[in-house]
Design a protein. Structure first.
Length: 260
């Protein structure tokens, strides 16, 4: 059930960014068919912790999906994938750019099989540009995208954000791109390619750090738990624990000052 009920998605993704995208679409009701490598499957099947012999990490990202295996390096595997492409609305992959083309399964090939296909690709640096063919992991794009330089203790060292925000943000943006492409297909009857770069997503999430730099020309630095524009908006010590005070405007401040 859900708003995407009846939508069929072919999921060639693995580990985190792509699976996070297809998990969201599955949560919304889409029928997600996950295609994995024979024998080993998705890399994350081997990430701990494990429960009853299965990876909790894998399960947390691949709910609401049906899995199958295909050897995409074999002619039979490629043939079967093309048959599946005829029957689905969306294909999502997060291989390094050029991988699908080397297999003879790039967007230009698959759109001839299914002109209405929405082909979504999430990668480190996108399918064009000088860094396109380079591999990337969450830590790489967190560092390159600038979020680590504004995270952590005041005047401290660059700090990685705890959750894998580089992958997760790319998964979210890819899901948004798929939904936008589906809306366009409803209007035009045509599919299209959705190209999402993890690095672009990190820069897009810097919000007021970019605005502050544009205005002040000062490179933003980590501020610990403080907000750069709003006060008080941080944790404070209390008698028995830490407490977070988040006062976003003067009206809230007046009510806050009256609390006893």
């Amino acid at each position: 059930m859900g708003p995407l009920k009846g939508l069929k998605i072919l999921d060639l993704t693995r580990v985190l960014a792509g699976p996070y995208c297809t998990m969201i679409l599955g949560d919304l009701g889409a029928d997600v068919i996950k295609v994995e490598m024979p024998s080993s499957g998705d890399d994350s099947r081997h990430f701990g912790p494990f429960q009853n012999g299965e990876s909790a990490y894998f399960m947390s990202l691949n709910r609401n999906k049906r899995s199958m295996t295909l050897n995409l390096k074999s002619e039979q595997g490629k043939k079967l994938l093309k048959e599946l492409v005829k029957q689905v609305d969306v294909l999502v992959e997060n291989f390094r750019p050029g991988t699908m083309e080397k297999l003879g399964l790039g967007y230009d090939v698959l759109k001839e099989i299914n002109p209405k296909l929405i082909y979504a690709a999430a990668s480190g640096f996108g399918h064009s540009g000088p860094y396109s063919k380079k591999p990337a992991y969450d830590g790489v794009v967190q560092a390159m995208g600038g979020i680590m330089s504004i995270t952590g203790p005041k005047d401290g060292e660059p700090t990685r954000v705890g959750p894998s925000i580089g992958d997760i943000a790319a998964g979210l943006f890819t899901a948004i791109g798929v939904l936008a492409a589906l809306n366009n297909k409803n209007e035009t009857g045509q599919g299209q390619k959705v190209d999402v770069a993890m690095l672009d997503c990190q820069v897009a999430m810097l919000e007021n750090a970019i605005a502050r730099y544009v205005v002040t020309k000062e490179v933003p630095k980590p501020m610990g738990n403080r907000h750069t524009s709003i006060v008080p908006f941080e944790p404070f010590d209390s008698k028995d624990s830490k407490i977070v005070v988040a006062v976003g405007n003067d009206a809230i401040w007046k009510r806050f000052c009256g609390v006893r």
